[in-house]
Design a protein around this ligand. Structure first.
Ligand code: 6PG
Length: 244
């Protein structure tokens, strides 16, 4: 059963998620283990990133063992305004003492999208611990959710939803008329922790469809997550208004 955490607003949601992440990082550090995070794109995580770089949270976290990855990326240059890497760089990396070798960017600017996915798949295979089946395991996967129930770049009615052999795959998203590179369900499901962040009234209907209503006609991409670890929702009151 997933944990549901509801907060007054985006700032309190983000502060709470940052404190949870700090605890997870520091407990891994106490056990002498690195901590791997797959960052989310979009706008919701920006406040979380700011909370992670703000005193006193930032000083309490042992950043040296943290390895940062991406759950998905747009097929643009890393300095493009749409780039998830650029968003994370400006709101997170640039403020933190994380060595550049611990930041693993998806090379999504490559013309050959399959090659970009294969390269990143090799990166996560080589740098993460793996399950008995050889599936890379993130300590934490951060996700936002779209109003169509997509997570990462697992959009409705796209072939990536049934991808189980690859850990990273290119996906053409018709509604956006663009390609994306994304981790797939096997990797998401094997994460030790999954946080899904949603804020604002524009998310209230999808949150109700997924967490509130009994309507199971639409199996949204987010509902196909079958976590082996712990799944936690971080919602503000506006996004949760139909379920509280
Ligand atoms: C992306 C994200 C995507 C995002 C949702 C929610 O690259 O855009 O991976 O899945 O999390 O679209 O986006 P917002 O946080 O901007 O609402």
């Amino acid at each position: 059963m997933a944990n549901r955490n509801i907060y007054e607003d985006l700032d309190q949601l983000s502060t709470a998620a940052a404190l949870s992440i700090a605890k997870l990082i520091n407990s891994a550090n106490e056990m002498g283990r690195p901590f791997s995070i797959a960052l989310s794109g979009g706008s919701t995580p920006k406040r979380l990133h700011q909370c992670l770089t703000r005193s006193p949270t930032m000083e309490t976290i042992k950043w040296g063992g943290v390895k940062l990855y991406f759950g998905d990326e747009r097929t643009v240059e890393p300095d493009h305004e749409q780039s998830n890497y650029l968003m994370a760089k400006t709101t997170l990396f640039d403020q933190l003492p994380i060595p550049s070798e611990n930041i693993y960017r998806i090379p999504a600017e490559l013309e050959d999208h399959q090659k970009a996915a294969d390269l990143y798949q090799q990166t996560i295979i080589e740098t993460l611990s793996k399950s008995e089946e050889g599936i890379p395991i993130f300590d934490l996967v951060l996700l936002g959710i779209g109003d169509d129930g997509h997570i990462a770049s697992l959009f409705p009615n796209t072939p990536i939803l049934t991808e189980t052999a690859s850990f990273v795959s290119p996906v053409y998203v018709p509604k956006l008329d663009t390609w994306r590179i994304s981790i797939t369900y096997p990797v998401i499901n094997h994460a030790k922790n999954i946080f899904i962040l949603a804020a604002g009234t524009n998310k209230a209907d999808i949150i109700n469809d997924v967490l509130g209503s009994t309507n199971k006609d639409n199996v949204y991409p987010v509902q196909r997550i079958q976590p082996k670890g712990e799944l936690s929702w971080y919602l503000d009151r506006a996004a949760a208004k139909h379920i509280i």
